[in-house]
Design a protein around this ligand. Structure first.
Ligand code: FE2
Length: 284
């Protein structure tokens, strides 16, 4: 898809090409260091328009989310000092990482673009979240099909400040990195989709948003909570893993957690199943 006027000045093109080429070969001999996927965020490369887009998105969504997002998300956004004034810094004294690292050991790491699945999982297994640093243009403010820094930092990173979610996501990464069975890879991608990207949670009897695809999408966040066309199912890991998802329209099925402990515990069980399977295979 054509992306009008997407500014890339916050990225060094040569370094980005090298990082992407390395990530694309991850898993082959000699290409096993996730730190080589990462690039710098050249903060001065953001234009005034980029900053205005951040502020407009932040203002529009934060007000909406104040009584519709999970408390865990809202507390996390405060804890990492996510603010409207400027696009988040990933490095340095004023960065979200400075707060995040102290809270849970997670870190948001700039990447040049889309990482292959195993490379992405390797990052999660190290408590490192691959983060896009470009930001959508004004023309694409309502919908960008690719992740950008608004989706990745505003949408994902606040949850990483919560110890329970932080543990879940690392276990997810470890399990997905070691899984060898195609069926497990399909199941794990569905689990990611219906939780990390499009999850709902019930808090004090009320339905709340936490999935980043909902948190960072003005249109779909309303639809997810209010539309009678959405089937909201009680979370069950095996059922989630058996549910196909579609990517090009609003989700007709969503899964609702009782708590993030429920998600962490279910993930631990699933990770153990994958480990046992690997050991059985290795043992012949
Ligand atoms: Fe995402």
């Amino acid at each position: 898809m054509d992306m009008p006027n997407l500014n890339n000045d916050m990225i060094d093109g040569t370094a980005a090409k090298a990082a992407q080429a390395y990530a694309n070969q991850f898993g082959t001999p000699g290409f096993d260091d996730p730190r080589k996927f990462y690039i710098d965020q050249h903060y001065s490369g953001y234009s005034e328009e980029n900053q205005e887009v951040w502020q407009a998105l932040y203002d529009g969504q934060m007000e909406f989310l104040a009584d519709r997002a999970s408390d865990v998300y809202l507390n996390g956004a405060r804890a990492i000092n996510l603010v409207r004034d400027h696009i988040p810094h990933l490095q340095g004294e004023h960065s979200v990482n400075r707060f995040l690292k102290q809270l849970t050991g997670w870190e948001s790491c700039a990447v040049p673009g889309y990482l292959p699945a195993k490379a992405f999982f390797a990052c999660l297994s190290r408590r490192e979240f691959p983060t896009t640093v470009v930001i959508r243009s004004k023309q694409a403010i309502d919908y960008l099909p690719e992740p950008d820094i608004f989706h990745d930092v505003f949408g994902h990173v606040p949850l990483h400040a919560d110890p329970t979610f932080a543990d879940f996501l690392q276990t997810y990464g470890q399990a997905a990195l070691t899984a060898t069975d195609d069926a497990d890879m399909t199941r794990l991608s569905r689990l990611f989709w219906f939780t990390v990207e499009f999850g709902l949670i019930r808090e004090k009897g009320e339905l709340k948003l936490y999935g980043s695809g909902l948190i960072s999408s003005p249109g779909e966040s309303v639809h997810a909570l209010e539309s009678p066309d959405v089937e909201r199912r009680t979370f069950d890991l095996d059922q989630v893993c058996d549910t196909d998802f579609e990517i090009d329209h609003y989700q007709p099925i969503l899964y609702v957690l009782d708590s993030f402990e429920q998600l962490r515990d279910a993930m631990n069980q699933y990770a153990n199943r994958i480990l046992e399977k690997n050991e059985a295979t290795a043992g012949g």
